[in-house]
Design a protein around this ligand. Structure first.
Ligand SMILES: CC(C)(COP(=O)(O)OP(=O)(O)OC[C@H]1O[C@@H](n2cnc3c(N)ncnc32)[C@H](O)[C@@H]1OP(=O)(O)O)[C@@H](O)C(=O)NCCC(=O)NCCS
Length: 216
């Protein structure tokens, strides 16, 4: 990506938004600012970039690209849907220069964010608006649906299938060939040895269900 790329607007000016600002600067992208619905951030400056307004005001910046920097998959999907109801935003796909990802071997959906140290091998597919955070690993033939979030240091083994809106917590690992159903989550440090049902939250080693999550 070069400095001639369109200016970038980051949706979400809290935790992961700061990480994405860091990533955008590493890519030489000009960050025009943030959009955030948090009233406490109205008019604020975050990392030297202005909070330009609420998310719905994205339509005032047609020359820009957007990236939704919200870690929670369900909220991220909702925000993308809300933006899409007002038009067709151009979503940027951001890959940190220090990620190991060969785009001939990995199919990556629009709007996805790949952070420094993330490593992908071969025959991997990711849907739209996925996040693969710092130092996570994604093994051969893994498939990630849309709006999947992989936290730092997580290990996704070969042939794992993560359905839409799956979340894998920090330092969690998923055994090879295992499937996680839509909307399911593995908590930080979890070791998932068997398939996870849709909309379940699992923790521990071996991972067991903590509770049911709301339906998608
Ligand atoms: C699993 C998780 C979603 C549960 O959150 P929660 O619903 O708020 O649950 P609580 O913090 O109330 O914890 C409930 C119980 O489970 C335990 N617990 C919470 N997370 C746990 C985990 N990952 N592994 C083992 N036990 C866990 C708590 O200690 C608590 O135990 P207690 O009842 O004996 O006191 C959360 O702890 C988690 O792991 N989130 C992912 C964090 C992450 O990876 N962030 C990425 C940042 S980039």
């Amino acid at each position: 990506m070069t400095t001639t790329s369109p200016a970038l607007i980051i949706i979400g000016a809290s935790g992961f938004g700061l990480e994405v600002h860091f990533l955008a600067e590493r890519l030489g992208r000009r960050v025009k600012g943030f959009l955030d619905d948090n009233a406490n951030l109205a008019g604020a400056t975050v990392l030297g970039a202005p909070v330009l307004g609420k998310i719905e005001s994205w339509t005032a910046h047609p020359e820009c690209e957007f990236v939704v920097a919200i870690g929670n998959p369900r909220i991220r999907r909702k925000v993308v849907a809300q933006m899409g109801a007002l038009g067709t935003p151009a979503f940027a796909t951001l890959i940190d220069p220090a990620a190991l990802l060969d785009q001939r071997l990995v199919a990556l959906g629009q709007g996805s964010i790949i952070c420094a140290g993330a490593m992908f091998t071969t025959q991997i597919t990711l849907g739209q608006h996925c996040i693969v955070n710092l130092n996570a690993t994604i093994g051969h033939e893994a498939t990630l649906g849309d709006f999947v979030t992989i936290a730092p240091l997580a290990a996704i083994s070969g042939c794992v299938r993560l359905a839409d809106l799956v979340e894998v917590g920090t330092s969690a690992c998923v055994r090879q060939g295992v499937t996680m159903g839509p909307g399911s989550m593995l908590g930080m440090g979890g070791v998932l040895t068997k398939d996870a049902e849709a909309n379940t939250l699992l923790i521990g080693n071996p991972a067991r269900m903590l509770r049911q999550l709301p339906p998608l």
